[in-house]
Design a binder for this molecule. Structure first.
Ligand SMILES: *Cc1c(COP(=O)(O)O)cnc(C)c1O
Length: 453
């Protein structure tokens, strides 16, 4: 055994006790969300039927630091702090002078970074007397995380799972039921939105947009119920900054400063959570990493979308958010990285990108899964389909280092493991996975439905 360290662990007492809010440190504030009817900035009252007061305050806060409640830290202790790993075996395979680090969030009970926000969302709701949370889930990661989180506080959880995923992913369904959640295939007969869709299309495979409409409808109708969202919103990204705060300390332990940060972006939460603490350091002149978003070529929100006000859901019920969007009617090709199939991008990540503080690239899924096999066969962990994009981007960068003969320190988030995503790997290994071309015409058509503001 060599004495070269590759795993950097923090003690339980070193879990961050505050979340970091990037907003006060940005050169300009992000544009506010607008009411879908009046087009005026939304106020706290507009959001009260959906979210508890504490989360609404966090959504709008300009405070730099937000204390993490003790009741949240107690649950974070189940899996946090998460490890930072230097991928020495992958570096060796690539024969690169680059150093590749990944912050591994697959150690959480749900197997991804999503419990970092599911737990505080459940806690704040519980503290304000909410008994029941509703949500939607596509790939199943978010539903699993919220089911786990609500179980910690003795709350009820109802999940509308997109019909196609409900049928194709029975293991995810069982996992949510183990945690005590109630599941509905969406569209369902339980809501007006669902009944409307089923009347028109009895065999509808569902969509994330439809499932959001159902979960929202089921929440606003009852005083004991609120709704929870797993990405995109400011408070979600705020909660995820525990990833970056820990990684900052761990890289320091390793004696390195990052030159390149890469992360996969679906709604932007694992990316924001990793990079915002580093962006603070960059803006303060203490380091100068290149920050890069990686998205699927089949859902290229930042690289091919427009920076516009658009709805968060498919039917146009949610506030309008200024973000990079492909149009709320955009239906991505059925690629395997379910968590990256969202038409928009977190307004905060969009704003940071627009300010020129981050760059973006898109990568096709064949390159991503090729990278995932290299990673699994060296580092052992089978990545979730979403972070295969981050790994592919890290490998691109490491290969560039080799060509240029320079060493750079690359940091990424391995935001989940892929143990329940064997279907995607099976299709890749069988040679059935292909890269799909997304035409400009498809994007133009979806963008035509975006309101002009
Ligand atoms: C949900 C999910 C994503 C996409 O969401 P972000 O908000 O962009 O992080 C990515 N990876 C995994 C493992 C997920 O579960």
């Amino acid at each position: 055994m060599t004495d070269e360290r590759s795993t950097f662990l923090l003690d339980e007492t070193q879990i961050p006790t505050q979340w970091y809010n990037i907003v006060p440190d940005l050169p300009e504030p992000p544009p506010p969300p607008l009411h879908p009817g009046t087009h005026e900035p939304v106020g706290p009252d507009d959001l009260a039927p959906l979210f508890p007061q504490a989360l609404i305050e966090q959504e709008m806060t300009t405070e730099r630091w937000v204390d993490i409640p003790g009741g949240v830290l107690d649950v974070y202790r189940i899996w946090r702090p998460s490890p930072l790993v230097r991928a020495r075996r992958l570096e060796k395979l690539l024969d690169t002078p680059a150093k590749i680090y990944f912050k591994y969030e697959g150690v959480s009970p749900a197997g991804s970074h999503k419990p970092n926000t599911a737990v505080p969302q459940a806690w704040y709701n519980h503290a304000e007397g909410v008994q029941r949370l509703t949500t939607e889930t596509g790939a199943g990661q978010w539903g699993t995380s919220l089911a786990f989180a609500t179980a910690q506080y003795g709350m009820d959880c109802e999940v509308w799972q997109v019909r196609s995923s409900y049928d194709q992913k029975p293991a995810r369904r069982t996992m949510m039921e183990i945690y005590g959640a109630t599941l509905h295939a969406s569209p369902s007969e339980l809501t007006e939105a669902g009944r409307g869709i089923l009347a028109a299309t009895p065999d509808s495979p569902g969509s994330l947009g439809i499932a959001i409409s159902e979960a929202v409808e089921a929440a606003v109708g009852r005083e004991d119920t609120r709704y929870a969202l797993g990405s995109v919103l400011n408070h979600v990204l705020l909660h995820q900054t525990v990833i970056g705060e820990e990684a900052l300390r761990q890289l320091e332990m390793a004696g390195d400063t990052p030159d390149v940060l890469v992360g996969c972006t679906g709604g932007g939460s694992n990316f924001g959570g990793l990079i915002f603490p580093f962006l603070r350091e960059k803006l303060a002149g203490r380091m100068d990493p290149t920050i890069r978003c990686v998205e699927p070529a089949s859902c290229p929100t930042l690289t091919r979308g427009e920076y516009r006000y658009d709805f968060g859901d498919a039917v146009g019920m949610t506030p309008l958010m200024k973000m990079h969007t492909l149009g709320h009617g955009f239906v991505p090709d059925p690629i395997h990285a379910g968590g990256l199939r969202y038409h928009g991008m977190a307004p905060l990540v969009s704003h940071v990108y627009e300010l020129g503080l981050a760059e973006a690239e898109s990568i096709g899924q064949v390159e991503c899964f090729t990278a995932a096999l290299m990673f699994a066969r060296t580092q052992g962990i089978v990545p979730a389909p979403e972070p295969t994009h981050a790994i592919a981007a890290a490998i691109r960068e490491a290969q560039k280092c080799k060509e240029e003969g320079v060493s750079r320190t690359i940091l990424t988030a391995l935001c989940g493991h892929g143990h329940l995503d064997m279907g995607a790997y099976e299709s890749f290994l069988a040679g059935r996975m292909t890269d799909l071309d997304l035409s400009d015409e498809t994007i133009r058509e979806a963008m035509a439905g975006v309101p002009t503001l």
